[in-house]
Design a protein around this ligand. Structure first.
Ligand SMILES: [Zn+2]
Length: 228
């Protein structure tokens, strides 16, 4: 990929929309490296590099990593990929940018390199459906097995099929907690989507279908946007 233009594809979606599943399914079929920013940070924190030290400085203080540092971490990783994996056509970014300021910083960093975003994939699912998906989870207090009231129900509503332990709902999965997380997502993400819509790179995918149909739709939408 060193000699060719690098494809920068971003995948966005609310929690519960299946974004991670789709990213994992789509990336290898387009020759893209799935780059989840969370994983990237975990890896660099373990490394003995100057960048790792810089990131650790913020982590140790419990502070957010500044956008420009995140972007440096990202490009360091991309450059490493260019050296190691010549078959890679680009990256599928998952987890960055998370707000309009980060989207702008990324645009600027790409422009400096004479590059640009190829496409932004939004995996969209209506909010009531997300609520249903995210609030239905039940966990066994004894063995940790997980169930879903609707999609993977236990035989009895209150006890674990495997060990008979008591099932409970995690505090993260209550309707109030889920509403709050989704609210933050919509507040931060709407401006990003608008930003990319104006650039003509936003692809809106209906994520409220069978996983395979969603994957096929994403691949079809991207085929003219990602160069080999
Ligand atoms: Zn159990």
């Amino acid at each position: 990929m060193a000699e060719h233009a690098v494809n920068y594809v971003i995948i966005v979606g609310p929690q519960g929309a299946g974004k991670g599943t789709q990213a994992a399914a789509v990336a290898p079929r387009l020759g893209l490296e799935h780059v989840a920013t969370g994983d990237l940070f975990r890896a660099i924190l373990k490394s003995e590099s100057e960048l790792g030290d810089e990131v650790r400085h913020y982590y140790d203080q419990g502070a957010l990593v500044p956008d420009d540092l995140t972007i440096r971490v990202l490009f360091a990783h991309i450059e490493q990929l260019q050296e190691e994996k010549r078959g890679t056509t680009g990256v599928l970014l998952d987890g960055f940018p998370r707000n309009a300021a980060q989207a702008k910083s990324l645009d600027d960093a790409l422009a400096e390199r004479g590059e640009a975003i190829s496409a932004v994939v939004l995996v969209d699912v209506p909010r009531p459906e997300l609520m249903k998906r995210l609030t239905g989870r039940l966990v066994c207090s004894n063995c940790g097995a997980t169930y879903h009231r609707e999609f993977n129900p236990p035989k009895s509503a209150e006890t674990c099929d495997q060990c008979g332990g008591e099932l409970f709902q995690r505090s993260d999965d209550t309707p109030e907690a889920v509403e709050k997380r989704l609210e933050i997502y919509y507040e931060q993400t709407e401006p990003i989507l608008e930003h990319y819509r104006e650039q003509g790179v936003l692809l809106e995918i209906d994520g409220n279908r069978e996983i395979d149909s969603v994957t096929a739709d994403i691949l079809d939408s991207l085929k003219d946007r990602v160069s080999a």
